[in-house]
Design a protein around this ligand. Structure first.
Ligand code: GLN
Length: 531
C-alpha cells in the first residue's frame, strides 16, 4: 500500500485539542492494523521550543534522539505507543534555517530565493521524509496554529500543493469550534463556516470536519454544517467534552471516523477495529473507587500543561493500579518550613518537579525536608532530584551552604555542578544533554525492583549533574547512587534505602510512559504511595 497522508488543520480558536484529535485518529488507524506516525509543523520562528518558557507553549517534550519538541509529540507517543524522532517536529525557524544555509552554500545557483517555491518546497520535503522510510502506512501531519494566521500561510500552501500531487493518497481534516451561546440557548456554526471559507480561499477544501463542542450537537446542526461547507454529512464529526482525553478515540470510533477515512482514501478495511486494550484502560479509569493523592511541587502550578508528561505518567500508573488520581499542585514559592506540614500531610506521595533557575527553589527544599523527616513517598525528577541531593547535603551531611552552581556559582559545596562539556558552551538552543542515555541499575535497589533489569535507557534534558567528588560522603550517610551512566559515571538515580520510597532521577522518566506501557518508576511510586 502506498503511504497515505492526512493533514489536520485548526480553525476559529487555538487550544481545541488538535493534537488529541490527531492522536485519536492515529490510534484508530493503528487499531485497524496500520502502521502510523504523527508529525507536527509549528509556524513559529524558534528553531525548536527548547528556548521557550513553559508559559508560552507548555512543556517541552524530548525525543529519544535528543530533539526538544512540542508537547503534542508526548500525546502522539502516549496514545500510539510509538517512538518519535527529530523528524516528527519541524518549525518555521528550522525550515528557514535549512533554506538560508543552502542559499549561503550557493545551492540555488543564482536564483532569487522566495517563500514560493523555496520555502514551500522545503516544507513539502520535510512533510514527506517519514513517508519515504517505508515504515508507515499513514502519516498524520498536524499543522500548528489557526487557519487565517499570517504565519501559517506557507504551510497551508504546501498542503494545497501536496494534495494536488498526492491525489487520493492525501486527505484534509479541519477542526473547528462550535460555541454554545448561553443567552440565546443556541450553538453557533457561523465561526465554522467562516473558518472553512478561509481555508477554501487558500485553496483547500477539507474532506472531513471535526466540530469541537461542549455539548453533543444535533443531526440538524451537522447537516447544516455539511451543506454550507461542501462536506459529506457522514464526514462531519463532533468532538464534545469528555471526562478524559483518552476517551476521544472511542468517541470518534463510535461515529465511524476510521471507516469514513479508509473509504475516502480507497483503503480496503483490513481487519476490525481492535480497541480492547484501550477500552480496558478506560474501564479501569472509570471503575476505580479508591483514590491516590499526589502532591506535585513546582513553580508552574497555574499552568498544568507545564508538567503534561508527569501528569499523564501519574494518571497512567494510577489507572494500572486501579486508583483514581487526585493530583494536587503545590506552589513551590508558597511552601516553607512553617506550612509544609499543613500542605503535605494529606498527600500519599509527593513529586518534586523539574525546572530551571532560582525561583521557587527554597520551597522545594522545605517540601523535601518535611517529606524526608516524615518518611513520605517522594519522587524527584531532574531538578527535583538535584534538590533532593542539595537538601540532603544541607540537613544530613551538615553542609549548610550546599547548592547547585546553577543557583549559586560560589557555593563552597557544589554538590550539583555544571557538566564538564557544558562549561564552555555559549549557545543556549539545543545545547543541553538531551535524549536517551543508558543507565546501569544497581541490583537490589528500589530502582532495580521497579525496572527489574540491569540496564535502562531514559531521556534527559539538563546542564548540571551530581558532583561525584561528594559521592562517598553521601553514601556514608545513607543516600546512594543506584543508577549510573556506564560510559561517563554520571549519577542518574539517587535513593535513600532507609526510607520507604525516596528516589530521584537525573533523567525524565515521564517522557517514556504510554497508555500501553506505563513507566516502571511511576508504577512503583504510585504503588508505594497507595500503601
Ligand atoms: N536546571 C537543571 C539542569 O539544567 C535541571 C533541568 C531540568 O529539571 N530539566 O541541570
Amino acid at each position: 500500500m502506498k503511504t497515505k497522508y492526512i493533514f489536520v488543520t485548526g480553525g476559529v480558536v487555538s487550544s481545541l485539542g488538535k493534537g488529541i484529535v490527531a492522536s485519536s485518529l492515529g490510534k484508530l488507524l493503528q487499531a485497524r492494523g496500520y502502521r502510523v506516525t504523527i508529525q507536527k509543523f509549528d509556524p513559529y520562528i524558534n528553531i525548536d521550543p527548547g528556548t521557550l518558557n513553559p508559559y508560552e507553549h507548555g512543556e517541552c517534550y524530548v525525543t529519544v534522539d535528543g530533539r526538544e519538541t512540542d508537547l503534542d509529540l508526548g500525546h502522539y507517543e502516549r496514545f500510539l505507543n510509538i517512538t518519535t524522532t527529530k523528524a516528527n517536529n519541524i518549525t518555521t525557524g528550522r525550515i528557514y534555517q535549512n533554506v538560508i544555509d543552502r542559499e549561503r552554500r550557493g545551492d540555488f545557483l543564482g536564483k532569487t530565493v522566495q517563500v514560493v517555491p523555496h520555502i514551500t518546497d522545503e516544507i513539502k520535503h520535510n512533510m514527506l521524509i517519514l513517508g519515504k522510510t517505508g515504515e508507515y502506512d499513514f502519516i498524520i501531519t498536524e499543522i500548528g496554529g489557526t487557519v487565517g494566521d499570517i504565519e501559517s500561510l506557507p504551510y497551508i500552501e504546501s498542503v494545497r500543493q501536496l494534495r494536488w500531487e498526492l491525489g487520493k493518497n492525501c486527505l484534509c481534516i479541519h477542526l473547528t469550534y462550535v460555541p454554545y451561546i448561553a443567552a440565546a440557548k443556541e450553538v453557533k456554526t457561523k465561526p465554522t463556516q467562516h473558518s472553512v471559507k478561509t481555508l477554501q480561499e487558500q485553496g483547500i477544501q477539507p474532506n472531513i470536519l471535526v466540530l469541537r463542542t461542549e455539548k453533543p450537537l444535533s443531526e440538524n446542526i451537522c447537516h447544516k454544517v455539511a451543506l454550507f461547507c461542501n462536506v459529506d454529512f457522514d464526514s462531519v464529526f463532533q468532538s464534545y467534552d469528555v471526562p478524559s482525553i483518552y476517551e476521544v478515540p472511542v468517541a470518534l470510533a463510535n461515529q465511524g471516523m476510521d471507516k469514513v477515512i479508509l473509504q475516502k482514501m480507497g483503503v480496503p478495511a483490513k481487519g476490525r477495529l481492535d480497541l480492547r486494550l484501550w477500552k480496558n484502560f478506560l474501564n479501569n479509569m472509570k471503575t476505580a473507587k479508591k483514590t491516590v493523592t499526589i502532591g506535585l511541587v513546582g513553580k508552574y502550578v497555574e499552568l498544568p500543561d507545564a508538567y503534561k508528561s508527569i501528569n499523564e505518567s501519574l494518571l497512567q500508573a494510577a489507572t494500572y493500579h486501579h486508583r483514581k488520581l487526585n493530583l494536587q499542585f503545590i506552589h513551590s514559592e508558597k511552601i516553607n518550613d512553617e506550612n509544609a506540614e499543613e500542605l503535605l500531610k494529606n498527600m500519599d506521595g509527593i513529586l518534586i518537579a523539574p525546572g530551571f533557575g532560582q525561583r521557587g527553589i527554597e520551597g522545594k527544599f522545605a517540601a523535601l525536608k518535611y517529606a524526608r523527616e516524615h518518611n513520605m513517598v517522594t519522587f524527584g525528577v531532574c531538578l527535583g532530584m538535584q534538590c533532593m541531593v542539595i537538601e540532603y547535603a544541607r540537613n544530613v551531611l551538615g553542609l549548610a551552604e550546599a547548592n547547585s552552581t546553577e543557583m549559586d556559582a560560589n557555593t563552597p559545596y557544589p554538590v550539583i555542578d555544571i557538566m564538564e562539556e557544558q562549561k564552555h558552551l555559549t549557545m543556549m538552543g539545543g545545547s543541553m544533554r538531551l535524549g536517551a542515555y543508558a543507565c546501569a541499575v544497581e541490583e537490589g535497589s528500589l530502582a532495580f525492583k521497579a525496572y527489574k533489569t540491569h540496564f535502562v535507557k531514559e531521556r534527559h534534558r539538563h546542564r548540571y549533574e551530581f558532583n561525584n567528588e561528594y559521592k562517598q560522603q553521601f553514601e556514608d550517610n545513607g543516600m546512594v547512587c543506584s543508577g549510573i551512566n556506564p560510559d561517563t559515571g554520571l549519577a542518574e538515580i539517587v535513593e535513600v534505602p532507609a526510607l520507604r520510597w525516596y528516589l530521584g532521577t537525573q533523567y525524565h522518566p515521564e517522557y517514556n510512559s504510554t497508555v500501553a506501557k506505563p513507566n516502571p518508576l511511576f508504577m512503583s511510586f504510585i504503588e508505594a504511595a497507595m500503601n
